[in-house]
Design a protein around this ligand. Structure first.
Ligand code: IMP
Length: 200
């Protein structure tokens, strides 16, 4: 079965493919299609809304069952920011610079608690859709550590390790995206059956 992943983010493609491929799913990405995907305006105020907008657009443009995710980091001391704006937070700064700035802003904070959230949405050409969500709770470290992962991983600590210090497979087991993908896998067979029945 072919599933199109509607994202330009190579790190997400890597993480999503790593989980889908063992389940006999042929992953199709933008590199495999003729026309580049048009950009979707992320106008939603929740991760689920934005994931739906991206999946709907990918499905419309490719005609394939399409999966898209929307994710981000929510920091308690910032009232949950940057949240859905994580990719657009502190524009112009590199991730190491953004991470330094976050730690600076947290210097006198009462709490360093934070969580990652990931919503994954699938949309089929007949309009059938479902969305799942996963979270990873942790806290913001006092220094950047590790070279795995991406984005905010060097400052996102779970227990003693930052996510950037974890092996990729260990990240998948506990991560917001890993958890959402596990739920996605569980619900996918029934979803596909429903689509087939609706087509008959
Ligand atoms: P999106 O592409 O709109 O979903 O933006 C997600 C943004 O959230 C990324 O660009 C990162 O800044 C952040 N993010 C989401 N998941 C992770 C993760 O697993 N590690 C580090 N940063 C993440």
């Amino acid at each position: 079965m072919k599933i199109f992943i509607a994202t330009k983010n190579k790190d997400k493609i890597k993480e999503i493919s790593r989980i889908l491929i063992p389940h006999n799913i042929e992953v199709i990405t933008e590199a495999d299609i003729k026309k580049p995907l048009s950009d979707v305006e992320e106008t939603g105020t929740t991760f689920a809304e934005n994931a739906f907008l991206k999946a709907q657009n990918g499905c419309k443009e490719t005609g394939l069952i399409t999966i898209a995710d929307d994710s981000g980091i929510c920091i308690d001391a910032f009232d949950g920011a940057p949240g859905v704006y994580s990719a657009r937070f502190l524009p112009g700064l590199s991730y190491p610079e953004k991470n330094e700035e976050i730690m600076k802003r947290l210097q006198n904070a009462d709490t360093r608690k934070a969580h990652y959230t990931c919503a994954i949405c699938v949309v089929a050409p007949n309009g059938e859709t479902f969305t799942v969500q996963g979270e990873l709770h942790g806290e913001i470290a006092h220094s950047q550590r590790g070279s795995n992962g991406f984005g905010y991983d060097p400052i996102f600590k779970v227990g003693d390790k930052t996510v950037a210090e974890m092996d990729p497979e260990d990240k998948d087991k506990i991560s917001h995206r890993g958890k959402a993908l596990q739920l996605f896998e569980q619900r996918l067979p029934a979803f596909l059956k429903e689509i087939n029945n609706a087509d008959k």
